[in-house]
Design a protein around this ligand. Sequence first.
Ligand SMILES: *Cc1c(COP(=O)(O)O)cnc(C)c1O
Length: 370
Amino acid sequence: MKSATAVINTAALTHNIEVIRQFTGDSQIWVMVKANAYGHGMTEIVHHLPHNITGLGVARIDEALKLRAHSVVKPILLLEGYFSLDELVVVARSGFQTVIHSMQQITLLEQFEGQYRAEGLPPIQVWLKIDTGMHRLGFRPEEVQTAIERISRCRSVANPLHFMSHFSCADERDNDYTQQQLDIFSQLTRDCLGIRSIAASSGCFNWPASIYDAVRPGISVYGISPMNEISGRELGLRPVMTMISSLIAVRDGKKGESIGYGATWTLQSDTKLGVVAMGYGDGYPRCAPSGTPVLVNGRRVPLLGRVSMDMFIVDLGINSLDCVGDEVILWGEDLPVEEVSRAIGTIGYELVTNLTSRVKYIYSERKNRE
Ligand SMILES: *Cc1c(COP(=O)(O)O)cnc(C)c1O
């Protein structure tokens, strides 16, 4: 009997990167593999990515070290940089590329100078992050000149500096906030000799002017749309993950009976109920409401009542011929994760990233059907 299993189709990774390339031309592609490659298994995924990508992006230094421990030789970019002198030493010794987004990080660079010279390390490739409107990380436009001047005095930093920023609304195709962010970025980086990068997945698909020299797609590499209202398939992408499990019980449900913890759902008529081996202990959100779609033997059936830790209940319908052991698809091929996430009130990113360590992973290079 299959319990919660993420089937990872590695052939879809190459396909999706080809699709991204159709939008981004000869721009460098840096694939974001942070958060365990969005729940797909970072160390496996990196070995199945096509060779024509430029580098990999992670949020935390531990993720970068894990990649190195798995003999990854591609350039690795730290999206949040380093937060102590010790971490900066690791960055320099490991040859990681790093974002710098705050004056504190520049101060650490300045403190590092002596040690850097003593060790004779190669210079660090730095991406200066500009806050063009997200107001999360990065230098405010009026701070950029000072930041550049301070960084250029540091011998430990390679020339030229690279520049990056991040959009806050690029998934909304008619929101002109993105154009404002683009204008600020292009103006501030006009004379830059290094690489410029602002587009994540939604920039790649929605904002051609945001492509610049390098793009940083994450979710779309995994075949999921960055826009919740447009599925990856509509963008030409193929889902890399198909999350499956199976029915561990099929039972009669009688009109008027209530279902699950809290008795939150009452059956309106006699039916057959299926119990699916997937729960919040696997990462399926407990807040998924009744009606969330699940695929059983090719039909969409609704989840009923509350999701429990190890299982949840679906309405198979009175005419069901489904059996114990039959496969259930939670999302993936034939049931876009974007559709499931809309029903739950979240985004595909969160569903795939939240899988827990109990989930099994199967990697296969299967050519998808069209
Ligand atoms: C996560 C991340 C990305 C990738 O975003 P997607 O929407 O998954 O394509 C790009 N840039 C930065 C700075 C990020 O943190």
